[in-house]
Design a protein around this ligand. Structure first.
Ligand SMILES: N[C@@H](CCC(=O)N[C@@H](CS)C(=O)NCC(=O)O)C(=O)O
Length: 203
């Protein structure tokens, strides 16, 4: 991971988990925060014409989960057996099952859609996540040790807290194990330092 540059917009969105992993790595990187809509030279640069996009001396990458996987793997946080890697990946991909329906309602400004999100869609997954955490002792999601899975679910809970639209921060209040997990992961020194200095953003 030499000379990394990370490209996203001036917000958290699909880029923030990569930034959290880069903070854990402690590597200096260029945090390019591009204006929205995306400029043509960035569309031309990024593998699939969208952000996030990552480049270092060895690799160029698009797709948020692929970038996260690459950084997590450098940190030995992506699992050490096939089973662990697959289990971690299920937590790394789960947030998209929240973001997909939420942003459909966001773009349509659909209050009924948000209600369904709060009352049906989010609890469906959060109830399961809460139970998994309790079963695993409350601290880590996979293999009894800190992994990319924990960063992914930390970032998901953070997203619930951050969203202004749709009143979804209400939902997460009903999950004490997830909230306690969120607090503990956020106290990891490199993350705590990053979070303390993080700027506020619209999304
Ligand atoms: N599956 C992709 C989705 C990336 C994506 O939708 N990027 C949006 C911002 S969140 C984008 O770059 N949009 C720019 C555009 O549409 O011009 C990922 O997870 O990286």
């Amino acid at each position: 991971m030499s000379n990394p540059t990370f490209y996203y917009f001036d917000g958290r969105g699909r880029g923030e988990e990569c930034r959290l992993l880069l903070a854990l790595a402690g590597t200096k990187y260029v945090d390019t925060r591009s204006p929205y809509p995306m400029e043509q030279h960035h569309k031309d640069l990024a593998t699939f014409g969208q952000f996030p996009y990552y480049a270092d001396d060895n690799i160029t990458l698009s797709e948020s989960v692929a970038i996260e996987c690459y950084i997590a793997d450098q940190l030995n946080l992506a699992g050490s057996t096939s089973a662990e890697r697959a289990q971690i990946l299920q937590f790394a991909t789960l947030p998209n099952d929240f973001y997909g329906p939420y942003y459909i309602h966001f773009l349509a400004n659909d209050e009924n859609g948000f209600k369904t999100f709060r009352e049906v869609i989010a609890p469906r997954f959060l109830n399961k996540l809460e139970a998994i955490l309790v079963k695993n002792g409350g601290t880590y999601l996979v293999g009894g040790k800190f992994s990319w899975a924990d960063v992914s679910i930390f970032n998901l809970i953070d997203w619930f807290h951050q969203q202004r639209v749709g009143n979804i921060s209400e939902v997460i209040k009903h999950y004490p194990a997830l909230l306690s997990f969120y607090k503990k992961i956020g106290e990891i020194p490199q993350l705590a330092e990053y979070l303390k200095n993080r700027s506020q953003s619209e999304f």
